[in-house]
Design a protein around this ligand. Structure first.
Ligand SMILES: C[S@@+](CC[C@H](N)C(=O)[O-])C[C@H]1O[C@@H](n2cnc3c(N)ncnc32)[C@H](O)[C@@H]1O
Length: 366
């Protein structure tokens, strides 16, 4: 097995390919990314034996922006006989995976794959039984063992392989299934909820998304993101010329501020979260985020960078590097993560957590 399959948003295959090529090279893994536009997946073929394994082990999945999932695979299994598709899949995996903890029979996230998905659902149960009998899967699900992926790209045509449970997306097809809360003022609410799921370990939610925290939402109207913060019982200052949904105002937890998000300065120094969904040039949003972080105006931030049509990987990388350099220069230790979420469109979502600052908070610089 010397290839890696990556799932991505449809239309972002080139970005996903540019990213894996770049980040693999940083690990001295060289290869070739095969891209079919609008397929919603990319195949990275490593030149050297053992390199695909090196990638799935050593390239942190959380460092990937455009990939929703990453797993190691071998040659494409073609023309699986309709009367027995199971035997070749089991044969390919035998000896490659021992007592895997889970099976995911998947397709690319495109409209065209919807029919194939119905087949995948039916195929999963008998395949799981056969893989268990062969020892490829353990008898019971185990979330600490490798995940077996069977990825159908056409009827009778699939890649089979595995991802490591310590370095993959825990979600089927790399997509967290979230239910739209019917009382939320906008569908964007799911972006922030997904960001919480992706960037914040669930066992830290009670501590980091806690009751009574103070939060600022820049570009908040009509309030989908504010809704998520209110749901976690935070006090929210929502900044936007446009009004906030009455249902949010009625909670008494929201202060609506009709101000320019780029000029707004907080008047308290215990803000845990600043979130920002303003539609602006990425560099302008990035500069604002750096200002907040450097001045210690918030502890954590989640914001969106709306992407231009071209060179989107380069654009995101440059902005993330700008944040990293600016924080380093100020002696601020921070974790920076970015991901094109399932609910994101032409944008990526960034999370920065400020740990400590060697030079203090510099709260006076307003
Ligand atoms: C994509 S919408 C935000 C949607 C919101 N996150 C939600 O979940 O409902 C972008 C918002 O940013 C606001 N906006 C754009 N530029 C702004 C600025 N300079 N200051 C404040 N708000 C701004 C717009 O008025 C608009 O309401």
């Amino acid at each position: 097995m010397n290839k890696v399959v990556l799932y991505c948003r449809q239309g972002f295959e080139k970005e996903c390919a540019a990213e894996i090529t770049d980040k693999a090279a940083q690990l001295e893994v060289y290869g070739f990314a095969r891209v079919k536009e609008h397929s919603a997946w990319v195949l990275f073929e490593c030149y050297q034996d053992g390199d695909a394994e090196k990638l799935i082990k050593n390239l942190p999945f959380m460092s990937l922006i455009f990939a929703r999932q990453m797993f190691i695979t071998g040659e494409l299994l073609k023309d699986l006989p309709p009367e027995d598709r199971i035997t070749p899949v089991v044969a390919t995996l035998t000896g490659q995976v021992d007592k895997g903890g889970d099976l995911r029979v998947e397709v690319a996230d495109t409209n065209e794959s919807k029919e194939l998905m119905k087949f995948c659902r039916k195929f999963t149960v008998p395949l799981r039984g056969a893989l268990r009998a062969a020892g490829v899967l353990s008898k019971v699900e185990n979330n600490r063992r490798p995940v077996v992926h069977v990825f159908f790209i056409a009827p009778g045509c699939c890649y089979v392989g595995y991802s490591l449970s310590t370095n993959n997306s825990p979600f089927y097809m790399g997509i967290p299934r979230l239910k739209f809360p019917s009382d939320a003022p906008s569908r964007s609410t799911l972006k922030l909820e997904e960001a919480f799921h992706v960037f914040i370990p669930e066992d830290e939610w009670d501590e980091r998304l806690a009751n009574g925290m103070y939060a600022v939402d820049l570009g908040a109207c009509p309030g989908g993101w504010t809704y998520q913060l209110v749901k976690r019982n935070m006090w929210v200052s929502s900044v936007d010329n446009g009004p906030m949904a009455q249902s949010l105002m009625d909670t008494g937890q929201v202060t609506w501020l009709r101000e320019d998000g780029f000029r707004f300065r907080p008047n308290r120094n215990n803000i845990s979260w600043m979130v920002c969904d303003m539609v602006e040039k990425p560099a302008k949003v990035t500069a604002l985020m750096v200002q907040w972080l450097v001045n210690g105006w918030c502890r954590e931030t989640i914001f969106n960078l709306k992407l231009p049509m071209k060179k989107r990987y380069e654009e995101v990388s440059q902005n993330l590097a700008f944040i990293r350099n600016a924080l380093d220069e100020q002696g601020i230790n921070a974790t920076i993560q970015a991901r094109q979420l399932y609910h994101d469109r032409e944008e990526v979502t960034v999370h920065v957590r400020r740990w400590w600052a060697a030079v203090g908070g510099r709260r006076d610089e307003r």
